[in-house]
Write a protein that binds this ligand. Sequence first.
Ligand code: UN1
Length: 498
Amino acid sequence: MITDAQTFKNFIAGEWVNAASGETFESVSPADGETIGIFPKSSAEDVDRAVAAAKTAFEDWRLVPAPKRGEILFRFARLVEEHKDDLTDLMTHEMGKVKAEAGGDVQEAIDMSYYMAGEGRRLWGQTTPSELKDKFNMSMRMPIGVVGVITPWNFPIAIPSWKIAPALVCGNTVVFKPATDTPLLGERFVELLAEAGVPAGVVNIVHGGGGAVGDRLVRHPDVPVITLTGSRETGVEVMRNAADHLKHIHLELGGKNAIIVLDDADLDLAVDGIVWSAFGTTGQRCTAASRVIVQEGVYDVLASKLVAAAEKLRLGVGWEDDTDVGPVINRTALEKIDSYTKIGVDEGAKLLTGGEVATGNGLDKGHYYRPTIFGDVDAQMRIAQEEIFGPTTALIKVRDFDEAVRVSNGIRYGLSSSIFTRDVHKAFRAMRDLRAGITYVNAGTIGAEVHLPFGGTKDTGNGHREAGQAALDVFTEWKSIYVDYSGKLQKAQIDTAE
Ligand code: UN1
């Protein structure tokens, strides 16, 4: 197998190159163990070369008119559209998600690239009156420099687009480190950017682990912006290690998102929303619904409908049409998910379905876990507090709306939230009181659209948002410009006789 696998390279200064050390690592399919490719295991030396290339390229790229930068992104979006089918198929193999969702992942990148391409003709600043006569005031967004882009494996095409498309249209250059579980998708993303006409050095890809490549990017003095989607622990480490250079840090971290189901909800709709949000992408979204908070009047009926729906889900390889739930990303993830089943049982939660590694029918070749539902979960249990990042959800019974909101908010994270109710008053109170960056009404916790801000409160991040107009704040700095055309020295804030 390995002998057949293709070998890939880093892309630095417009050239495809091996890691300086010559070392490599493999990308292996979580679905069936097939080797996807062999990639350079890069080190600080490779990062330094990529950063130097990006730093040089920045001086020209920042001067390319923003609408022209946008045109390149339009071409990129069109190329991703043309390659949607092969990227989708590759994603089912390299990352494991099922075909429909892999197509959705690619579509998010297409949408984001078109959206940000259009930003090339906006990137609005403000003009505002001056407090002095014959003086003109305006503010403009300025690019910052080299952006270090560190992305996860769970949205291997969408998330790079959320970061790289706005970074580029704003006039920055990029050093991209994709997740080591999905390097080929990262590679394809960069190939298409190059084909779209991004000049040499403007986007560079350096493959390798967080310890070597990510850490060097985070500490490199010539990388003023770091954007990371990853775990809370990694986020804290990144902030700490970047502190000496006072970098701009954008962090998109964990979630422990809840769906609230009130007594008056449309239960069948709620079940559909929960199944999609808890088991879609095999629960491996930071927006996944890993808690379901149910008002007591509908708890029993909801629990039984949910178990029945979960047990109907078909596990298998993502590229087959009748698969509902694909594998989890790797053995470590499988073991972590299984360890949380044991933790839940030990804590006294009731395992209603799943809770085991799935085997048979060829599943042994990959990493599959049965969709798992715990009932009678106490809001303080570890399975109701910690991010599991797998197909496991916890049902928590509450008396009323107020308790539901309290429980939903009673976690360290604040990414997504949801409520199923037919009561418009409660829906509006939930929109106001759920302390999360995203609230859905009568829909699950997943499905963010690219033109709205994406991100969370509390430990989900550090106050930034990606996507939508909010992304521009991560990738630009404001400059205020004062033009005095009075011909004399006017002094702001200093009283002078007229
Ligand atoms: C993530 O899991 O990191 O809203 C992103 C959603 C997707 C993005 C998820 N559009 O679930």
